[in-house]
Ligand binder design. Sequence first.
Ligand code: PLP
Length: 397
Amino acid sequence: MSDTMKEYIAEAEKDLLHTYNRYQIVLDKGDGVYLYDIGGKKYLDFVAGIAVFALGYQNKAYNDALKAQIDKVIHTSNYYYNVPAIEAARKIKKVSGMDRVFFTNSGAEAVEGAIKAARKYAYLKDGCTDHEIIAMNHSFHGRTMGALSVTGNPKYREAFQPMIGHIKFADLNNFQSVLDQVTDKTCAIIMETVQGEGGLYPATEEFLNQVRDLCDERDILLILDEIQCGMGRTGYMYAWQRFGVKPDIMTSAKALGCGVPVGAFMMTEKVAQHSLTAGDHGTTYGGNPLACAAVEKVLDLFEEDHIIEHVREVAPYLEQRLNELAEKYDCIQERRGVGLMQGLVFDHPVGDIINRALEKGLILINAGADIIRFVPPLVITRENVDEMIAILDTCIE
Ligand SMILES: Cc1ncc(COP(=O)(O)O)c(C=O)c1O
């Protein structure tokens, strides 16, 4: 490692709050599916900023749209209308099939908004303030207090108790475990359509349908968190569209802005008419012109560049090549995931493999201690998959 890189890392460790055990590289720029550190070393990126940079780095149309918006106006306030927010809302409604959108600054904030909307919906029905939400074990919804409260990983929650109240946990794909938690007070069931952080577990079609039917019978709101698995990653704009099980409220973020911090929670008209109203929720930055110019352009480019069709074409090849690795090595127990959201499950911690890959110019990330997660830019080619597999193979060996 160069002296300059060492100095930067030492400074970062002195100045930044140590909430991440960072990999020992300082990144400088990106181009397509490659990143470069400040020493000029090139890395094939199979992380994309954790499922964010779907279109690849230095996408000219995207960069130009942002630059043009910067030269007009970056921020106004939600007390005034702005054209990028109106256009972004129209476009995200079209691809999601939802009726109303609220733009946030992050994924966690989108989850917060979804929880508030669900609680308000229930409150307007009976005036009570003791409604319950059922969330899933092993889920991940973010680090703010509300999002953390529905995150099914006790390790993340423990030191920050008490959480927001009346949250219960069930098991993904185990409908009986959901039934066991339902009461007259249940106002919402929240889950990721495909669990990311928790180990690349997709919700099954049967489970989603069972939960949807239960929600319809008892006027419970189904909240699907599509922050990681949405935006084309599974070969559908939103992962729930694979089975057509539509939520009442859904969240989106990460690839929604392709790097500009923006998220959204969306809902059906029915929920919108009976939940949040003026004064109930707000944000200074959320939905500002720059963020919404990013959303607008990302959604345009998804259509123009046929991103979803591309994912459907390249994802089976990634699956096939990962399956080959899983067959070759006894230490790999399983490949699982959907589309370009895949995991290789090892019988031991994967930290060493990821560090070795980094040395060899490949950026990977884990999901839990024993799983390597693959969430590359959606524009990767078969050649990029081959390049990744070749490096990973030598690292496992
Ligand atoms: C499914 C899911 N929900 C919510 C979040 C939180 O998003 P953010 O980090 O933008 O707050 C994440 C982040 O990894 C996520 O994967």
